[in-house]
Design a binder for this molecule. Structure first.
Ligand code: AMP
Length: 522
């Protein structure tokens, strides 16, 4: 069997990994100078954490999350599967009675596990334990009264009973529902609350980097395992200067990485005072043009009308252009906040474009939102998204006074854009290929390799003896800068032969001279 990486998931190989390291290292350095410290977060969390923060109705949670039930009740799982797969004819009374007995025996076992706390003691599980016997009782009543007189009615009730029982069985939770994280802000906030970080002095400034998981349709710049570098500021202040400084930090990073053509888009999407009214206004306008919209946008009229503004569909553009704009519907506080964010960006000499359609996909954002696009990425051109999320800490059970703002850079896309612009990593490469011939030479070579590496040179030491031609051929193919040769002659003379592979020039040197020579060409 030939194994392959899973669809939408990539290996990051050398030499690309060197660029990844450079990007991550630069982020650590820049973020460090702004007083941010790294938080290392778990890859999986309770699904509920993501559902509550990102929003049940977002694509990220409702369609794209990799989730699983975490338990070791394999036997329960097997019994449930068997009960789920059973099919019965309405007139098979004996079969039905056996099925009822089996299900009720299983429910009794579930009930005991529930009491012992082996399965999650959720209200839903409790309800299911009560509900299943009720469904059977009702079915038996219907049978007694209708099986003779109205068989078709009975048949329908029978089918309904089986579906009801199976749905209930399916909904029963044997363990916690866990999900691979689709983003990390929810985890940062969870950690902030869990560790009581609100008692720390000043704003809590954290950054993270690592893989995220979303079951999206893979294409260039969109993967199912992708990477983000993100940062969050949590604290009691929502001063616009914080928003501007976070953006300044980002732009500093992009500048240091020589990312060219990055464009900063900003917007304000209001807060809980002004946004609901705007959303209703938007919904009402969207209802009027419902028939002209695609299926996704039609669905979003109910679930999340703001997302219609995100539409990339050609034929919806003219419609969206005429929709009411949030900027004209902000309350006084939000308007003032947004104006001050812009002034603070100006103070920092940061250029931006205002984009009233920038709403961001996740529910928790409010007021400032921003996105940065970069060239060379085709349709997936957003390298970074972020915004303010003042209500999120409270929503997840933390102190109501805590405000937050943050961003996430799509590392894969940042790297792609750098590579497209020719800013790929310059590989360190091999300084020395250390060819040795004979057992005594190997001993000398092992010692010399150790001292060369100790001085910071990159050294390749063949593990087994090779013929001269083959060894030097390999040095060439590995693109070593120098071949250092140790054979019997060199050992006798207390020198090494060093050959510069670019021009073939070679000379015999003692060890101190060798180090000097290599350093000079470093
Ligand atoms: P979001 O968490 O959706 O705000 O995304 C923040 C950034 O992560 C985006 O601007 C992208 O650069 C990146 N991103 C999001 N989803 C993906 C994906 N499936 N593949 C690669 N990058 C992604």
């Amino acid at each position: 069997m030939k194994f392959q990486a899973i669809k939408g998931v990539r290996d990051i190989l050398p030499p690309d990994s060197a660029l990844w390291n450079r990007v991550e290292q630069t982020a650590r350095e820049i973020f460090g100078t702004f007083g941010f410290a790294e938080v290392r977060l778990p890859i999986f969390e309770q699904v509920e954490l993501f559902a509550r923060s990102i929003g049940e109705d977002t694509d990220v949670v409702s369609k794209e999350m990799y989730s699983f039930e975490d338990h070791d009740l394999l036997e329960f799982e097997q019994v449930r599967s068997a009960l789920m797969m059973t099919s019965l004819a309405a007139d098979d009374l004996l079969g039905f009675q056996a099925y009822e007995r089996n299900v009720l025996t299983f429910v009794a076992k579930l009930s005991e596990s529930f009491k012992r706390g082996e399965v999650p003691r959720t209200p839903e599980n409790e309800k299911i334990i009560r509900r299943i016997p009720e469904i059977f009782e009702q079915m038996n009543r219907t049978r007694r009264t209708h099986i003779e007189s109205q068989f078709s009615f009975y048949e329908e009730a029978f089918a309904g009973c089986l579906t009801g029982v199976k749905t209930a069985l399916q909904s029963y939770r044997f363990g916690d529902r866990l999900g691979l994280r689709p983003e990390a802000t929810a985890s940062v906030v969870r950690a902030y609350i869990e560790h009581g970080m609100q008692t720390l002095p000043g704003n809590v400034k954290l950054y993270y980097m690592g893989p995220m998981f979303r079951r999206e349709r893979p294409q260039k710049g969109r993967y199912r395992q992708f990477y983000q570098i993100g940062a969050e500021v949590l604290g009691t202040s929502d001063a616009p200067g914080i928003d501007a400084e976070v953006i300044e930090m980002l732009m500093t990073l992009f500048e240091r990485l020589k990312l060219k053509g990055a464009i900063l888009n900003i917007n304000s999407i209001g807060d809980k005072n002004c946004r609901p009214a705007y959303v209703e206004k938007l919904r009402a306008e969207l209802q009027k043009v419902r028939e002209q919209l695609g299926a996704d946008s039609q669905r979003r009229i109910e679930t999340n009308p703001l997302r219609v503004l995100d539409s990339k569909l050609e034929h919806e553009q003219a419609i969206v252009a005429k929709l009411p704009r949030i900027g004209e519907n902000l309350c006084d506080e939000c308007r003032a906040h947004y104006a001050e964010v812009k002034r603070q960006l100006d103070l920092r000499g940061i250029q931006y474009q205002e984009n009233w359609r920038l709403v961001r996909g996740l529910d928790y954002y409010m007021r400032t939102t921003f996105e940065i696009t970069a060239p060379g990425l085709g349709s997936q051109n957003a390298v970074c998204g972020g915004g303010r999320y003042d209500g999120l800490v409270e929503l997840l059970g933390g102190p109501a006074a805590t405000k937050g703002i943050g961003f996430a850079i799509g590392t894969d896309r940042l790297i792609l854009s750098l590579q497209e612009a020719g800013e790929g990593a310059t590989q360190t490469g091999l300084d020395v290929y250390l060819a040795w011939f004979g057992a005594a030479a190997q001993t000398a070579a092992i010692g010399l390799a150790k001292r060369l590496r100790g001085a910071g040179f990159v050294v390749e030491l063949p593990a087994v003896e090779m013929k001269f031609g083959k060894s030097l051929g390999l040095a060439d193919r590995l693109k070593a800068r120098h071949a250092v040769i140790i054979g019997d002659d060199e050992l006798a003379a207390g020198v090494v032969t060093v050959k510069r592979l670019a021009d073939g020039s070679q000379q015999k040197l003692g060890e101190p001279q060798l180090f000097e020579y290599l350093r000079a060409g470093f």
